[in-house]
Design a protein around this ligand. Structure first.
Ligand code: PHE
Length: 471
């Protein structure tokens, strides 16, 4: 039984929905992952491929998820089931993805908390990246502290999800999200004006086409899903809280634009500094933690900026982690009839447990490799981000494009002289009705979107997916 069908809260306002959905989208994916992936995958080449996939697949699927959610007024699994009984399984895949992602997301969230503590105690007043790199490696490769902070991060996430999410978070988001944006702009300005930073700007913005490989394209695809919180039903759930008279096309544009804006800012805050300080762009997951403290040390009131940055980054990470946990919890609550409290506690415990080997893989267990020579954390990330999320995207686009039916409806009109005219009308299918609020909104790109969701998205994702995995 679907308990969520009984009573359905709605966002206090349109801004509430945008903030919550953008809160889910903007997180460690933007601040931590995007810059280091760009650094590892050829800089501008990666950014270019990211943008192409964002425009072709990202916007399209964002709109599809929000539409399915608002139509069904249910979480992902309930929504698939309500539209087509036999498709309920499609939602469960997303639950697995959320579960896996949160297990390592929380480890990185823990790193953020630890760096917040370090920043607050003035531990890194240096621009010496070798020193900062040593500090970082010493921290993540130890067994105890990273696991402790991973636990703290899970506790914060759990506490919020157990209490029911919207209210508090929505209120704080109004201040924290713009604040994050402003501080990122300040850090970015400092970073690009460092001596030698232009090399990094060039690296980040000019594509070197020879760097584009199957692996780079798959990473960019996975990153679009990861960063926009797509492919696991998260936006279906959030869309289900959107009120029936809000504008879906507009929301589906704004959220990816905010998300991409923050990712670009993070890239421009981190990569130019990498070059200015003579560091290596392909240093991997440590990039943010090693270079930003160096940038802060070169700013007026740098230690304050550092503390503010890590507080805001933590907030952004938590607004994402609650959406990951929420997908798992609402599944168990709705499908297995567990109480919310029991579901949250047990699932969080399991995610914490799975995070432990992820954390240890940065140090004591770094020799263990699972997939393609990757350590445990990177392997879990690869399975969830580069396999499960794109798979979720393929399933969603087939579902919306072919099963739910964007088939044009046959309408028979009689003209005045008695002739029968048949038209095939897109405007009367359920998905289009939902998107246009029953024809009240003029969605000029409807045909483009239909073409993208039916053909381009499933085919493009499948090609990238297959050649990236088997290449
Ligand atoms: N989009 C979030 C980020 O960029 C992570 C996330 C992925 C959240 C999938 C929900 C679902 O940090």
């Amino acid at each position: 039984m679907q308990s969520s069908e009984i009573k359905r809260d709605q966002w206090g306002s349109k801004l509430g929905f945008i903030l919550a959905a953008a809160g889910s989208a903007v997180g460690l994916g933007n601040l931590w992952k995007f810059p280091f992936l760009a650094g590892q995958n050829g800089g501008g080449a990666f950014v270019l491929v990211y943008f192409i996939i964002l425009f072709v697949v990202g916007f399209t699927l964002m709109m599809a998820e929000i539409t399915v959610g608002r139509y069904a007024q249910l979480n992902a699994i309930g929504a698939y089931r309500k539209i087509r009984e036999s498709w309920a399984w499609a939602g469960s895949l997303g639950v697995l993805a959320g579960f896996l992602i949160l297990s390592f997301y929380s480890v990185i969230g823990g790193w953020i908390i630890s760096y917040l503590v370090k920043a607050a105690s003035g531990s890194f007043n240096t621009a010496d990246v070798q020193l900062l790199g040593g500090m970082f490696n010493e921290f993540i490769s130890s067994a105890g502290m990273p696991i402790f902070y991973h636990g703290v991060f899970m506790l914060i996430t759990l506490g919020i999800v157990m209490g029911g999410i919207q209210n508090g978070i929505e209120k704080y988001s109004k201040i924290m999200m713009p604040a994050l944006f402003i501080i990122m702009v300040l850090v970015m300005i400092r970073s690009v004006t460092l001596d030698g930073a232009m090399e990094g700007v060039k690296f980040f913005l000019t594509p070197d086409f020879s760097k584009i490989t199957g692996g780079v394209i798959l990473s960019a695809l996975g990153q679009v899903f990861f960063s926009l919180s797509l492919g696991m039903g998260c936006m279906i759930t959030y869309g289900s809280y959107l009120s029936k008279d809000e504008n879906i096309p507009q929301s589906s544009m704004i959220i990816p634009l905010i998300d991409t804006g923050v990712a670009l800012l993070a890239g421009l805050a981190i990569l130019p500094a990498v070059f200015a300080f003579g560091f290596s762009p392909n240093a991997g997951p440590g990039l943010l933690f090693i270079t930003l403290p160096a940038v802060f040390s070169k700013m007026p009131m740098g230690s304050l900026v550092g503390v503010a940055f890590f507080i805001l980054a933590l907030f952004a990470a938590v607004t994402s982690s609650i959406s990951l946990l929420e997908v798992c919890v609402s599944y168990v609550v709705d499908e297995w009839n567990w109480t919310r409290k029991k579901a949250t506690l047990i699932i969080s415990g399991m995610i914490f447990a799975l995070g432990i080997p992820c954390s240890l893989s940065q140090g004591p267990w770094s020799h263990i490799t699972l997939i393609k020579g990757k350590n445990i954390l990177d392997s879990v990330d690869f399975i969830a981000t580069n396999i499960l999320l794109p798979l979720g995207g393929i399933i969603l686009s087939i579902f919306v494009g072919w099963v739910w039916g964007l088939y044009k409806e046959q309408r028979i009109h009689k003209t005045e002289d008695g002739k029968t005219v048949i038209t095939w009308d897109l405007a009367y299918t359920d998905a289009i009705k939902e998107i246009t609020n029953d024809g009240k909104i003029n969605f000029a790109l409807a045909h483009v979107w239909v073409f993208l969701i039916k053909w381009v998205a499933p085919i493009a994702i499948s090609i990238v997916f297959l050649q990236g995995i088997f290449a």
